[in-house]
Design a protein around this ligand. Structure first.
Ligand code: DC
Length: 232
């Protein structure tokens, strides 16, 4: 389904709520471009690791800032995945940005104001022609405060922990549910209390609590909001 009037759809919310999966499904349904902004923060972190601006887990903020002028981040559509892959300095980085090493350092890198300024400007440029679904923590508040449709995703922490636990177990990882529950609560605390762009629901965002909803039910819920937003 598509419409002549393309809009910006901001998908923000807590970690492990299925934001990316849902944002990707919305984009596929509407024929919109999906942009995973977390992948961009991960790409800067990877580049900083490769260039020695992070050593033994310690982020050298000045060195990261010096790298910002020459880093080249781009997305290319991958039909097999039905989504875009991220490239850093021309090389495919989709797999490497999800490594544990990057995951452990990305919070610190995403808290650097100059990193945020650079990536927010890139994200605003990508959305200039509308027709995008952007997934992140600050899209409806800092990147596109004028987005026509803003979703704020949440779910019961116990439900989110259970989903993450099932996901990791399916990948063969030995993890305990209690440990994951603690991690979910800690990430919520870190996301909402950081000084730079904390996770916050925009006043005009619509809350989607998907604790007890299937993906189909979420899509049905979303399409109603979408039709109202584009006026059809
Ligand atoms: O969604 P994710 O786990 O891939 O995000 C990676 C990190 O980037 C996470 O620590 C939060 C941060 N992030 C951010 O600060 N702002 C965004 N718009 C997206 C992600």
């Amino acid at each position: 389904m598509s419409t002549d009037r393309k809009i910006i759809i901001a998908v923000d919310g807590y970690s492990s709520c299925g934001k990316s999966t849902f944002a990707k499904a919305i984009a596929a349904r509407l024929g919109y471009i999906f942009i995973d902004t977390g992948a961009m923060y991960r790409a800067v972190t990877l580049h900083a690791l490769d260039r020695g601006a992070i050593r033994s887990g310690v982020v050298d903020e000045e060195a990261v800032c010096r790298l910002l002028d020459c880093i080249d981040i781009s997305f290319r559509y991958n039909p097999e995945r039905g989504a875009s892959d991220i490239y850093v300095d021309g090389g495919l980085a989709e797999g490497r940005i999800r490594s544990l090493e990057v995951s452990n350092c990305v919070s610190a890198v995403s808290a650097i104001a100059a990193v945020r300024a650079k990536l927010v400007a890139m994200q605003q440029e990508m959305g200039r022609r509308r027709g995008v679904v952007m997934d992140g923590r600050d899209i409806g508040t800092a990147v596109f405060p004028d987005a026509e449709l803003k979703l704020f995703m949440t779910a019961d922490p116990a439900v989110r922990a259970r989903r993450r636990y099932d996901e990791l177990r399916a990948k063969g990882q030995e993890v305990s549910l209690e440990e994951i529950e603690r991690n979910v609560v800690e990430r919520d605390r870190a996301d909402t209390t950081r000084t730079v762009s904390p996770l916050r629901r925009a006043d005009d965002a619509i809350v989607l609590d998907n604790s007890h909803m299937t993906v189909d039910e979420q899509m049905e819920w979303f399409m109603e909001k979408y039709r109202a937003a584009v006026g059809k």
